[in-house]
Write a protein that binds this ligand. Structure first.
Ligand code: ATP
Length: 799
């Protein structure tokens, strides 16, 4: 399928998506009033829930289609590039010239050497990054309890059969494909990710001959990606039908066809199976033989080619990565930005660019859309603020006096503190520019005050959190009009903003922005899903800039990372011990302790305060003024400990943090990286300790490529233990009860733990006891119902 018809399809498909979103909005607005009873005897809320559920399902389906479309488009682009590059001619003619086997190997190696190619790599292909030596060698002192066993068993099940789950060849046969090697799967996956394109098929079969309807089969491959159909649907087409019949008949004859229909992924692979049959029709055994002999050799060559190139590349890089300097050789005064901005940079002591600034500045200044990944603390904020200022200068010079003063740059970030920090940085860079204003819109402040500021102050750059911005946009405050002049949209912590928690708001905001704009997405972590969903914001021809690079660790090299596995009940005491040790070793200590929820943060803060440590707390349950004051104080201080929830996990640039402690598992790998990244910023040294219970140890699987060392659990002084119990006794019971509920809610939401409710409640009750609760505090019936905990032993329901 050509890229223009793909675009056409995309436009067609994005229409219903917008309609759905509009429907949800109109619907939710209409829920304010209306009749009291609804068809089917439903009350207003049941009716609302029913419709919301339907709308959600529809939206999910449409997003899925968008995703498939995007993948198909990428494949089509890659194919076009590969053919034209390898043949040195245009893509059309290239389709008629088969590649030589050597060319295939080189082209495939090229493709998998590209940054971000992991996305196209499949788990079946084996590790793309070099294997890390196992970090966790020490034995756990504590025997893992049942839940952990259960979890790790289940995980193993998922991991080991991951391929089977997504590409269940065993449906067709047990013997033919199940035992095929990872390498064969690799080629097969290439075939699938290439939409069944001919050159991969040749790889698979080891044959150079091309059939006359290759173009047809190629486009079939892409179309089939949109369907969820069976193998029958997928193979459709001229010769395909015949082949399919042959295959189905064969399978039926052998009694191999199970009840199951193929999923989309399966069908995408099975298309390649059909291609086998296309070229050699004797039967499945032949298919296997061909696949395993010729194509395995080819896969080996591809792997060799990749490692050869990597070796050459790495030889030059070794020294650089070991030291990992964050600064580049380039200076700001050579990069073509405004002299007034350079003056402000120099005044702030910024002379040379960091590597991410060097890598992104020219692209951003050219006006291209970009998705940028760079490690924590490497200067991403400047990397997007400098082009933002340039965009304002350019827009200002070209726009005439307009009735409504336009906002030229909109910068979205997930937390209030981060918004204020970025705004402050922007103001510092604008020190010598006249009449360019920066305004922040964040929750927790008075709406009317925001409106007044927007009216009175110059505002060409708006820094906002999505929720509050949406309030303004939906309130018809005139902000939508001003946003119609937007030239640049920036999403800091883009992966988080495109996460489920924020995505709806971000989508609604996008609806209000002009399509002709430049969009920049920045984060230290960009999971595959986000890369795909980023098309919601970015133009098709955006740049993906990954300064971490394939095969490199995602965390700064100068942060010493370790992990302590010890029962949950001891965590608070161990935190106290670790802090005491750190304070005695590092005179200018500055520590951040992350807890999983606001209430647990509050509890630990009070306990540590009772233990006479110099602590502060920040979490979402505190008023904004207090949060801002503490944040400022912590920025400026030394010898201070900040106990916080995830509101401080991303983007916050507290200088010279010496230690980060994470109590309990974070919500995911990305959050671990961001929390850890509050230390070791700007190329400095730092230390991070993750404190988890034995039943949380499964999470280490997600960090196995990071350099974590396992530390033994420190010995606890019984005297201190006694003191802590006394201090815990002084903490208000309502805080403890809140912490218990929050703890339960947090772990209930983590699927690996939350699915065994009985065990979850047992663990929560143990936690309750450890913080001095005689009995587990009761839950509201509705809350218990929502959490699936109503009839679980150990849960008390409020009368
Ligand atoms: N060109 C530069 N020269 C020297 N220091 C710099 C430069 N650019 C940024 N820094 C410093 O690096 C530190 C980290 O910068 P920044 O907060 O932008 O990191 P980040 O990459 O956005 O981190 P995170 O992923 O946590 O948001 C800051 O202290 C900043 O002042």
């Amino acid at each position: 399928m050509s890229s223009s018809s793909l675009l056409h399809l995309h436009l067609q498909r994005s229409k219903p998506l917008t309609n759905t979103l509009r429907f949800i909005r109109v619907f939710s607005r209409s829920m304010g009033g209306g009749p009291r009873t609804f068809p089917g005897g439903l009350n207003k809320w049941q009716w609302k829930r029913l419709h919301e559920k339907k709308a959600k399902e529809k939206e999910k389906r449409l997003l899925q289609q968008e995703k498939q479309l995007y993948q198909a488009r990428i494949r089509s682009q890659i194919r076009t590039k590969l053919f034209s590059a390898s043949d040195g001619g245009d893509a059309e003619t290239a389709h008629h010239k088969p590649m030589t086997p050597d060319q295939h190997v080189k082209a495939l190696a090229d493709r998998f050497m590209k940054e971000g190619a992991e996305d196209l790599w499949n788990e079946d292909d084996g590790p793309l990054k070099p294997e890390q030596r196992p970090q966790f060698t020490g034995e756990t002192n504590h025997r893992p309890i049942d839940l952990r066993n259960l979890i790790s068993d289940k995980r193993n099940l998922v991991n080991n059969t991951g391929n089977v789950n997504t590409r269940n060849y065993s449906v067709l046969n047990g013997s033919v494909f199940r035992n095929e090697s990872a390498s064969l799967m690799f080629v097969r996956n290439l075939a699938s990710s290439n939409g069944g394109n001919g050159f991969v098929r040749t790889c698979l079969t080891g044959l150079n001959k091309r059939n006359s309807n290759r173009n047809q089969s190629s486009s079939r491959g892409e179309e089939s990606d949109f369907g969820t159909g069976t193998i029958v649907k997928h193979v459709g087409g001229n010769s395909g039908n015949g082949n399919l019949r042959t295959m189905n008949e064969y399978v039926k004859k052998k009694g191999l066809l199970g009840r199951r229909r193929f999923t989309r992924n399966e069908s995408s692979s099975s298309e390649d199976d059909s291609d086998f049959v296309d070229e050699k029709v004797e039967g499945w055994r032949d298919v296997k033989r061909m696949g395993s002999s010729a194509s395995l050799g080819r896969v080996e060559s591809i792997r060799k080619e990749i490692s050869k190139r990597k070796l050459v590349e790495n030889e030059g890089k070794t020294e650089m990565t070991e030291q990992e300097p964050i600064l580049s050789q380039n200076r700001f005064d050579e990069c073509g930005i405004s002299p007034l901005t350079i003056k402000a940079l120099m005044a702030a002591g910024y002379i040379q660019m960091t590597r991410v600034q060097e890598a992104t500045l020219s692209v951003c200044l050219e006006g291209k859309d970009a998705l940028v990944k760079a490690k924590t603390g490497t200067g991403k904020s400047l990397a997007f603020l400098l082009p933002a200022i340039e965009a304002v200068l350019k827009a200002k010079s070209s726009s005439n006096n307009q009735r409504v003063p336009p906002i030229f740059v909109l910068l979205l970030c997930p937390t209030r503190e981060l918004a204020s920090q970025i705004a402050a940085e922007a103001i510092a860079l604008l020190k010598y520019h006249d009449n360019i204003g920066v305004v922040t819109l964040v929750g927790g402040t008075r709406f009317k005050v925001d409106q007044k500021r927007l009216e009175a102050d110059p505002c060409q750059i708006l820094v906002a959190t999505p929720g509050r911005l949406l309030d303004h946009v939906e309130n018809k405050s005139g902000l939508s009009m001003r946003l119609m002049g937007l030239k640049m949209l920036i999403l800091d912590e883009a992966d988080h903003l495109l996460d489920l928690g924020f995505r709806k708001d971000v989508e609604k905001i996008l609806d209000c922005l002009p399509r002709r704009r430049q969009s920049l997405l920045f984060s230290a972590t960009i999971p595959k899903e986000v890369r795909r969903i980023s098309q919601l914001v970015l133009k098709r021809e955006h740049e993906y800039i990954d300064t971490v690079g394939l095969g490199s660790v995602d965390t700064p090299a100068k942060i010493k990372q370790s992990c302590i596995v010890t029962p949950h009940e001891l965590h608070f005491q161990i935190v106290h011990q670790l802090l005491k040790e750190h304070i005695s070793e590092v005179p200018d200590y500055k520590v951040i302790v992350f807890c999983s929820t606001g209430m647990v943060t509050s509890l630990l803060y009070m306990l540590l305060r009772e233990m006479k440590l110099n602590v502060r707390e920040i979490h979402s349950r505190k008023p904004q003024l207090y949060r801002t004051r503490i944040s400022e104080e912590f920025k400026e201080s030394k010898r201070l400990i900040l106990v916080t929830s995830d509101v401080s996990a991303r983007g916050m640039n507290y200088p010279d943090v010496t230690l980060v402690v994470q109590v309990g598992i974070p919500s995911d790998r990305e959050q671990y990286i961001h929390r850890l990244g509050r230390t070791g910023r700007g190329g400095k040294e730092g230390e991070g300790i993750l404190l988890i219970a034995p039943w949380e140890e499964y999470f280490l699987n997600d960090l196995k490529d990071l350099p974590l060392d396992k530390l033994p659990s420190p010995c606890l002084d019984p005297e201190i233990q006694h003191q802590m119990e006394e201090c815990m006794g002084k903490v208000d019971n309502s805080i403890k009860e809140g912490a218990y509920h929050a703890w339960l809610g947090y772990y209930n939401s983590i699927k690996e733990i939350g699915r065994d409710k009985t065990m979850l409640v047992e663990l929560a009750n143990k936690f309750g006891q450890s913080i001095g609760l005689q009995r587990p505090p009761p839950l509201f019936r509705n809350t218990a119902l929502k959490m699936g905990l109503k009839d679980i032993p150990g849960i008390r329901i409020r009368k």
